[in-house]
Design a protein around this ligand. Structure first.
Ligand code: RET
Length: 322
């Protein structure tokens, strides 16, 4: 009976061992770390299903924040699956060799898959926030670019053995300082001018983000950088941060958006039946209450008149078209 349960236990470290491409790693996760990564993988999958399920309860032009947030937890689920399986890492020689048995050895397991996750998901988190604040797209693009610099410098620094890793770390911290400034100052002011409900939604999610994001370089400093805490403790540190920064942040954001029409944020989105590309040449257009336009020309109208997308709610009704 006991062997039955042993066989069903977490076997990941036996299957995917600490030897990769002919090189072994000394400082690596144990089954405890792997178990925690499995648990967080399950949280990410559940959160994704909840966010997609909630999206289905909304009209299509009200789903943008559900979709962005679900994409974030979906990508994280794959990253956590990899780490739980003891995959997605490479052995890197440590700069500081320690006597503490949990971090003793010449090289450490560096999970590069973490950075692939962040490279995809941190821009999405920023989009969630900056779109909530109604920021202009050039600002959104620039902040995202700076964010990509932050993640890539973190990855390269983690893969470097010498003290030069701290040079990359410094670039990453400068990038983070700029992002935090944009969030807590520029975007916060912008959001509050769009209405007190938008301002409130932004401040709760923005302050959680600013606080959590500042802790990531601290984790990096004691894990990939300084080799101070064990890979199992690394799992706990990054794990707590990631759960708060993704599913908890996502739930707060979606809740904050419950009474906010995306049109108020400048997001004028169309549903299928209000998309000129769909109905323009459709002989059944009248069935949807839309006059057929067999010229294929899309009449966008003039802002402020009746035949355009209303700036207030982003919905175009049949009566307003053509
Ligand atoms: C690194 C190291 C280089 C310096 C800095 C970093 C910051 C990373 C951050 C990551 C945020 C990740 C999130 C993941 C969500 O699950 C790359 C650790 C400043 C802020 C929010």
């Amino acid at each position: 009976m006991s062997s039955f349960f042993e066989k069903r236990g977490n076997n990941a470290l036996n299957v995917n061992t600490n030897t990769q491409n002919g090189k072994s790693v000394a400082i690596a996760i144990t089954t405890h770390g792997s178990d925690l990564y499995w648990a967080i993988c399950a949280i990410m999958i559940t959160a994704t299903m909840v966010f997609v399920g909630l999206a289905a309860t909304k009209p299509r032009h009200h789903r943008i924040f559900h979709y962005i947030t679900a994409a974030i937890t979906m990508v994280a689920a794959v990253a956590y699956f990899s780490m739980a399986s003891n995959l997605g890492w490479t052995p890197i020689d440590v700069e500081f060799q320690r006597n503490n048995p949990v971090v003793r050895g010449v090289n450490r397991e560096i999970f590069y898959v973490r950075y692939i996750d962040w490279f995809i998901t941190t821009p999405l988190l920023l989009m969630d926030l900056l779109l909530t604040a109604g920021m202009p797209w050039p600002t959104v693009l620039f902040v995202i670019l700076v964010d990509e610099v932050m993640i890539v410098t973190g990855l390269v620094g983690a893969l470097v053995k010498s003290s030069y890793k701290w040079g990359y770390f410094a670039f990453g911290c400068a990038a983070l300082a700029y992002i935090v400034w944009e969030l807590v100052w520029t975007a916060r002011k912008h959001a509050s001018r769009l209405g007190s409900d938008i301002g409130k939604a932004f401040v709760s999610c923005g302050s959680l983000t600013a606080f959590l994001w500042i802790l990531y370089p601290v984790a990096w400093g004691v894990c990939e950088g300084g080799n101070v805490i064990s890979p199992d403790s690394e799992a706990v540190f990054y794990g707590i941060l990631d759960v708060l920064a993704k599913p908890v942040f996502g739930a707060l954001l979606i809740w904050g958006h419950r009474g906010i029409d995306p049109g108020r944020l400048g997001l004028h989105l169309r549903d299928y039946d209000s998309d000129p590309a769909v109905y323009a040449n459709d002989k059944h257009a009248n069935d949807y209450g839309v006059p057929a336009n067999n010229t294929g020309v899309i009449h966008t109208g003039v802002a402020g008149t009746n035949n355009t997308t209303r700036p207030t709610d982003g919905i175009v009704t049949g009566a307003e078209r053509v």
